[in-house]
Design a protein around this ligand. Structure first.
Ligand code: NDP
Length: 448
């Protein structure tokens, strides 16, 4: 109906005007709003209540200065962000990203996506995201620690176990979360679950490290089941070699697949016999080296500079697990031409809108990030539950819960896609299913 479309265009126009030059944020809002048309048509009360106008505006945007000193005593200043986007479903929840490309548009896109992702998990979590334009590459441990401490010295006043619970993301792993937690504890004198992704000795959850990658593969497994097949015997390409990529590789391999390529921001390695995960873990988790060093141990593997060509490698399943907009229309065409049947996004918005359209048009099973990578935040939710109880569950217990959550996410995404007239379109299904729960809660909570 023309009315729902006109409403969405009006809201999108305001977003663009009010947030100029924030292209990633525009892209994320456009993608979500476009797929909400059938839901808005069915619920005219949302327009009357100005619901979309409210949902695209963050509840709170915090921007702050982070001064820190390097090992030579030189002063540096970075910029920090925390976008507390929506608290309709629970305390704000979402990761922190340290990367030179970070600016407010990236954090808003991620925070906006996080609202619907967290909703899909079925747990009580609102949506938020944070970060800094700090580049952790090449920094010493002490520099990282001083930066994290300075970041938290400002952020601490805005977060809390029942208020806002940050976690890791690109450039923020267990080490950084540990330093931030230590500083938060020192300032506040409290010990509680204010951050997730903590070390196992002080309130972290087993299986949190593995959760996003494993969850992505569990989601993909459901998509494959839905088309009558499985991971067993399939060839897989995984982009990235960070936290998500490593554990996507691990679970896909456990399920009988062969991962033949992985990448970092410089290039990718191809190993026709299967990428040896132990080498990648050693290089990336311990030595923090470049992926091309893989060739030193595996002479028959090949290395190629640049990231996009990884999608030219023939595979049955593609798992983009690196960063936003890393898989464009050309890459999607190459994957389709080579017979790829499923793509599940471990990263946030790795596929461009053109790529997504091509996948859906060509009946490639496509799992959008907000559904396929929700396992990370879901397990963070499980970490919050354990911290509140002062208990620690076993790896198997957490993994089982994670698996159930991913199966349920797939079911609700698939059902919403069918119910709203676009069967098999999991982008629409994820957006609609995630949105409806938030929308109903906002309606019930009055003008919030
Ligand atoms: P990491 O920092 O651990 O790893 C990121 C990886 O991506 C690195 O290997 C990095 O290479 C690589 N990379 C960065 N830019 C590019 C590029 N342009 N092309 C190819 N590779 C690139 O981050 P995570 O694994 O935690 O996060 C990856 C993605 O998953 C992000 O989009 C994040 O938002 C999303 N995500 C993460 C969750 C989590 O629990 N960690 C939860 C949900 C989503 P290099 O080493 O060269 O920098």
């Amino acid at each position: 109906m023309a009315d729902a479309k006109a409403y969405l265009e009006r809201v999108l126009g305001t977003v663009k005007k009010r947030n100029p030059n924030e292209v990633e944020f525009h892209q994320a809002v456009t993608e979500v709003l476009e797929s909400l048309i059938p839901a808005i048509e069915r619920h005219p009360e949302f327009e009357e209540a100005g619901l979309l106008e409210r949902i695209v505006e963050p509840e709170r945007q915090i921007v702050f200065r982070i001064p820190w000193q390097d090992d030579k005593g030189r002063m540096h200043v970075n910029r920090g962000f925390r976008i507390q986007f929506n608290s309709a479903l629970g305390p704000y929840k979402g990761g922190i990203r340290f990367h030179p490309s970070v600016y407010i548009g990236i954090i808003k896109f991620l925070g906006f996506e996080q609202i619907f992702k967290n909703s899909l998990t079925g747990l009580m979590m609102g949506g938020a995201k944070g970060g800094s334009d700090f580049d952790p590459k090449g920094k010493s441990d002490s520099e990282i620690m001083r930066f994290c401490q300075s970041f938290m010295t400002e952020l601490y006043r805005y977060i809390g176990a029942d208020l806002d619970v940050p976690a890791g993301d690109i450039g923020v792993g267990g080490r950084e979360v540990g330093y931030m937690f230590g500083q938060w504890k020192k300032i506040t004198g409290l010990f509680n679950g204010v951050l997730t992704g903590k070390g196992l000795d002080f309130g972290g959850s087993l299986a949190r490290t593995e959760a996003t990658g494993y969850g992505c593969v569990y989601f993909c497994q459901e998509m494959l089941k839905d088309r009558g097949t499985s991971f067993n015997g399939k060839t897989v390409v995984v982009s990235g070699s960070g936290n998500v990529a490593i554990y996507a590789h691990e679970k896909a391999t456990q399920l009988g697949a062969k991962v033949v390529a992985m990448s970092d921001s410089n290039g990718y390695v191809y190993d026709k016999d299967g990428i040896k995960l132990a080498t990648i873990k050693q290089l990336k988790e311990i030595e923090r080296k470049r992926i091309k060093e893989y060739l030193k141990e595996h002479k028959t593997a090949q290395y190629q500079e640049g990231c996009f060509d990884i999608w030219n490698i023939k595979c049955d399943i593609a798992l983009p697990c690196a960063t936003q907009n890393e898989l464009d229309g050309k890459s999607a065409q190459a994957l389709i031409k080579n017979g790829c049947i499923a793509v599940a996004e471990g990263a946030n918005m790795p596929s461009t809108p053109e790529a997504v359209e091509l996948f859906i048009k060509n009946k490639v099973s496509f799992g959008p990030g907000k559904a396929a990578n929700a396992g990370g935040v879901a397990t963070s939710g499980l970490e919050m539950a354990q911290d509140s109880q002062r208990l620690m569950w076993s790896f198997e217990e957490v993994d089982k819960k994670l698996h159930n959550i991913m199966v349920n996410i797939f079911k609700s995404v698939k059902n919403a896609a069918e119910e709203y007239g676009t069967p098999g379109n999991f982008v629409n299904g994820a957006n609609i299913a995630g949105f409806l729960k938030v929308a109903r809660s906002m309606m019930a909570q009055g003008l919030v």
